[in-house]
Structure formats: structure tokens, C-alpha cells
Write a protein that binds this ligand. Structure first.
Ligand code: AMP
Ligand code: MG
Length: 328
């Protein structure tokens, strides 16, 4: 079975073409185009316009890369939520049009779950605790009792958003995460910032404000270093607590912020210290991508979760634990 998956929850429009063969995930193409705001954060309408402008070409490129014709596609999948309304609707409308045109079945995929499923497909992990860290989302997710449940999450902004907002204040280009990572390597002094873990959850807006207030008083490199150390330690703490609670022995990373080598290192060390295994897919599959939507679409379709067109309305606030996981 070959599926074309469209990702379009936020800044990235992506198309993945994935084949399931002998129970293995074979990524035939994974093409993305990212919207970068000229100033400020993501403007949902502008991002959606970007997506509708570039999607036809991204689809074309993906088909070329996969060396396939449209008639060889068996299934259309798209990111149904959570995400920004205008972006979601652009991806959904295109997916519906493709499904109608090609007379193929359609499934809407939960974006957070797709991050977890692509990690399970492309690494050796089987039943991990996922630390999903992206621009808008920060969640600790694991499978229990027939669903993917959220064992901890941000109470305010996503970790990526926290990094990007700080970066904007000091004039770094969007996305600021990679720039902050580079600067943090030159940081030497730890500047105390409010460490904010509340039970199983984390919060970043207080740290962000504290860090912004220190601009001009401390070196930027030291602030980047301290921001990373504080936020990543908090994430390690709640992830470890979820592992202890669920008694799972694997940890998986997902989301764009997981490209950060320091975060990978902290989570890997935490895992090793408790005798657990650490897994992290390639960057291409950590950031938002179409392949994860296509793969999860196949899993859903094969377990009978095909959708009628009228069921494909986007779900901006779609929760991870709303999905009945019929494929596990
Ligand atoms: P996503 O929404 O999953 O595509 O991830 C985008 C987020 O990942 C943005 O907030 C980026 O700043 C962040 N990001 C990407 N690379 C890195 C990195 N190396 N370190 C920290 N954050 C990163
Ligand atoms: Mg994401």
C-alpha cells in the first residue's frame, strides 16, 4: 500500500509518500517547504497562503522523487489537527480534492500521534515514552489502555515557541532554535532562571520573561546556555517521571526542538542512568513532515479508520488522547 500524506498544521507544508511493505515503512519521498515570517511570529493566514501557493509544486516534487504517477497512490492522508485553523483547512481542502480526483480513500491524522508513529517505524523502539517538543506543542506521550495518553505537557507555550520568542528579542532569524543552540555552546556562565515543573507538567512563559529581562545585563551566549539548560532539564524531569509511572523502558524524541544535540544528550543520559533505551529519528523525521502523516494514515486505514468526506473537518484543538488507536 502506498500513501500520499500532506502535513500542514503550522509553518511547514510537507508531502510524504510512504509504502508499507512486509510491515516495514519505506519512505519513497519526503518534501517540505517552510513558511518563515519576515517579522514577528507565524501569521496563520499568511502561512496558509504560503501553503496553498507551494503545495502543488511540493506534491509534484514528491511524486518525481518517488518515481510514481498519481494512479499508483492508494490512499490520501492529511494532518487533521491540532494546529492553526487556516493552515489545517488548506491541507485538508487539498487532500479532499486529491482524494476525489484520484478516487482514493482519505484519512485525517492526529499530528502529535504521527510524530510518535514515524519514530516507532524508523527506529528500533516498540513501546516508547515520546518526548514531543516542537514550536507549538510540548507533550510527553505514551500508549496505555488503548490510547496515546498525555502524561505531561506545557501549561502555556511550546518549548520551540519559547526559544523562537527569545531569539526574536535578541534579533535572531526564525526559527531561532538552531541559532540558540550554536550560541549556547559558547556560553560559560549559568544564569539562574525560574525552573518551572508543576507535577507532571512544565511552563515556559515565566522563564522566557526572566530571560528577556536579563538581555543587556548578561551575555547573550550565557543566556542561551542557561535557557537551554533550564528548559531541557525540566523536560528531562517530566519525561523520566512518565517513564517511571508507565514502567516503559524506551524513550523516543520527536518535534523540531529534538534536533538539538544538547537536548538529545540530556535525554540520552537520563535514559541510560535508568537502564532504558534512547531513540531519535533523523532530523528530517523530527520536524513536521509529510512522511509521518502518510505512514500513520496507512496504519489507520488498515485498521478500518477510513473517513467519509464529511468526517474530514479539521480539529484545531484535537487532543492526542481523543484518538482511538485501533492499529495497536
Ligand atoms: P516543528 O514545529 O516540530 O517543525 O519544530 C519547529 C521548532 O523547532 C522551532 O521552534 C525551532 O526553533 C525548533 N528547532 C529546530 N531546530 C532546533 C535546534 N537545533 N535546537 C532547538 N530548537 C530547534
Ligand atoms: Mg510537529
Amino acid at each position: 500500500m502506498i500513501c500520499l500524506g500532506i502535513e500542514g498544521t503550522a509553518h511547514t507544508i510537507g508531502v510524504g509518500i510512504v509504502e508499507k511493505k512486509n510491515n516495514k515503512c519505506n519512505v519513497l519521498a519526503n518534501v517540505s517547504k517552510m513558511y518563515k515570517p519576515k517579522e514577528g511570529g507565524i501569521h496563520p493566514r499568511e502561512a496558509a497562503n504560503h501553503h496553498s501557493k507551494y503545495l502543488p509544486n511540493v506534491i509534484k516534487n514528491a511524486l518525481e522523487k518517488a518515481k510514481l504517477e498519481t494512479k499508483e497512490i492508494d490512499l490520501i492522508a492529511f494532518s487533521i489537527g491540532p494546529g492553526l485553523g487556516p493552515c489545517l483547512r488548506t491541507a485538508a481542502t487539498s487532500a479532499r480534492a486529491l482524494a476525489l480526483l484520484l478516487k482514493k480513500p482519505i484519512v485525517g491524522v492526529n499530528h502529535c500521534i504521527a510524530h510518535l508513529e514515524i519514530g516507532r517505524a524508523l527506529t528500533a523502539c516498540k513501546d516508547p515514552v515520546l518526548l514531543y517538543v516542537s514550536g507549538g506543542n510540548t507533550q510527553v506521550i505514551a500508549y496505555m489502555g488503548g490510547r496515546y495518553r498525555v502524561f505531561g505537557e506545557t501549561l502555556d507555550i511550546g518549548i520551540g515557541n519559547c526559544l523562537d520568542k527569545f531569539g526574536r528579542e535578541v534579533g535572531l532569524p526564525f526559527p531561532a532554535g538552531p541559532e540558540i543552540e550554536k550560541l549556547a555552546k559558547k556560553g560559560k556562565k549559568y544564569v539562574a532562571l525560574p525552573y518551572s515543573v508543576k507535577g507532571m507538567d512544565v511552563a515556559f512563559s515565566g522563564i522566557l520573561t526572566a530571560c528577556i529581562n536579563l538581555i543587556g545585563k548578561e551575555k547573550i551566549e550565557d543566556l542561551c546556555y542557561s535557557l537551554q539548560e533550564t528548559c531541557f532539564s525540566m523536560l528531562a524531569e517530566v519525561t523520566e517521571r512518565a517513564m517511571a509511572h508507565t514502567e516503559k523502558e524506551e524513550v523516543l524524541l520527536g518535534g523540531g526542538v529534538a534536533c538539538n544535540k544538547r537536548l538529545q544528550n540530556i535525554i540520552k543520559t537520563m535514559a541510560e542512568e535508568r537502564g532504558a533505551k534512547f531513540y531519535c529519528p533523523k532530523n528530517e523525521f523530527l520536524v513536521d513532515n509529510g512522511a509521518m502523516i502518510a505512514w500513520t494514515g496507512i496504519l489507520m486505514y488498515e485498521s478500518g479508520m477510513e473517513m467519509k468526506l464529511e468526517e474530514t473537518k479539521v480539529r484545531q484543538n484535537y487532543r492526542t488522547d481523543e484518538v482511538e488507536v485501533k492499529w495497536r
